[in-house]
Design a protein around this ligand. Structure first.
Ligand SMILES: NC(=O)c1ccc[n+]([C@@H]2O[C@H](COP(=O)([O-])OP(=O)(O)OC[C@H]3O[C@@H](n4cnc5c(N)ncnc54)[C@H](OP(=O)(O)O)[C@@H]3O)[C@@H](O)[C@H]2O)c1
Length: 335
């Protein structure tokens, strides 16, 4: 009989803060090839909200524990596990259901270990958004140092990581946001140009960049925002859509597709994790990103942390726009 611990569960999809409940859950016995983790921190991402409302690209069988990413401390290891020790801080394997106090996972799925030093909350956000920024910059267009890239939702966590990685790779960024007053936020994250979205974006961006050609546009918003990015691209440029924040279809004029050879493509980390990468590639990418996070070169702002007991408040908070940063759950914190 395992220990009884708290977990968040959803048994139906619907309004995200309505469908999450705090329940008692028995921690399963640790099998010979498994490890038991105490969950230290887990982020609430837009994809989690889409999962709770039933609108994400992969949906779990219900009831399920939400949370695709997080960080944990190894508490116990199975008899056949020799390369992980109690006390080690690790990335919880993707899609393990991290909004709970304890989770048991296969030891060979634990691909990333973290040093004892460093901010666990920053490490907790490594699984989804940093490699998405990496994929967007590395897998769509061959970029050279000095090239320009444009992205929208630039003050999001992915947006911040994209600006920081772009700097590391010697790229320049135009960063589009949907509201005024974010110039300092963008320049503190390493962004070169900040612009508020709008129908005249192309003209303003050409002025700000002295007409430098932009071959890659990174789109988390869709709707009219896709066309606004297209207006900023050089002929032959590519828009990588990776988010559906506006909940609208991507709009793109056929004139741009036909006469200017603008391409619209999609990027989804889940496909890279499950289909397009080897364990060695994943280890190399996460290793690179973990190093940048440990050094503080990659960082996402955090607006608030919540104990598990306040999960409904945490989810409601994460659904609000105009946040200064992420909402993080600390499952084993007092509260
Ligand atoms: N394809 C993939 O593999 C992949 C992987 C990871 C993330 N994502 C996607 O990346 C996007 C950003 O995720 P995140 O975790 O970085 O987000 P986040 O830190 O939670 O920030 C949310 C961002 O969305 C903006 N926003 C919300 N609603 C909007 C709307 N209707 N129009 C324009 N902007 C809007 C917010 O702007 P304000 O501050 O002005 O409210 C904020 O910048 C999400 O769409 C997420 O699903 C995709």
């Amino acid at each position: 009989m395992g220990e009884i611990r708290k977990a968040v569960q959803f048994a139906r999809t619907g309004h995200p803060s309505d469908v999450v409940d705090l329940v008692d859950m028995e921690t399963p016995d640790v099998g010979p090839d498994e490890v038991l983790l105490d969950v230290e921190a887990a982020a609430i991402n837009p994809s989690h909200l889409l999962t709770l409302s039933g609108n994400y690209g992969v949906q779990p069988d219900l009831p399920a524990v939400p949370g695709a990413e997080g960080i944990g401390i190894v508490r116990a290891v199975g008899a056949d596990v020799h390369d992980l020790e109690p006390g080690t801080r690790v990335m919880i394997p993707p899609y393990s259901g991290t909004w709970r106090q304890q989770v048991v996972v296969k030891a060979d799925a634990v691909a990333v270990r973290f040093p004892d030093e460093g901010d666990p909350v920053q490490f907790a956000m490594i699984m989804a958004n940093p490699p998405t920024a990496w994929l967007l910059l590395k897998s769509v267009v061959d970029l050279e140092p000095g090239d320009w890239v444009i992205q929208n939702a630039a003050n999001s966590a992915v947006g911040q990581y994209t600006m920081q990685l772009a700097k590391i790779y010697g790229l320049n960024t135009v960063n589009v946001v949907r509201r005024d007053g974010l110039e300092d936020f963008i320049s503190n994250a390493g962004g070169d140009v900040c612009a508020v979205d709008g129908p005249d974006l192309g003209e303003r961006v050409r002025k700000a960049t002295d007409g430098a050609p932009i071959r890659l546009a990174i789109d988390a918003v869709a709707g009219d925002a896709t066309q606004h990015l297209a207006d900023c691209l050089a002929d032959g440029g590519t828009i990588a859509n990776y988010g559906l924040l506006s909940a609208e279809p991507c709009r793109l004029l056929p004139d741009d597709i036909i006469f200017r050879e603008i391409t619209l493509t999609g990027v989804w980390l889940t496909l890279w994790l499950r289909k397009y990468s080897t364990p060695e590639e994943r280890a190399a990418v996460y290793g690179e990103l973990a190093g940048y996070i440990a050094e503080g070169r990659m960082h996402a702002n955090v607006e608030a942390t919540y104990p598990l007991a306040r999960i409904k408040d945490a989810v409601s908070h994460a659904m609000q726009g105009e946040r200064s940063g992420k909402i993080i759950i600390l499952p084993n914190a007092e509260g």
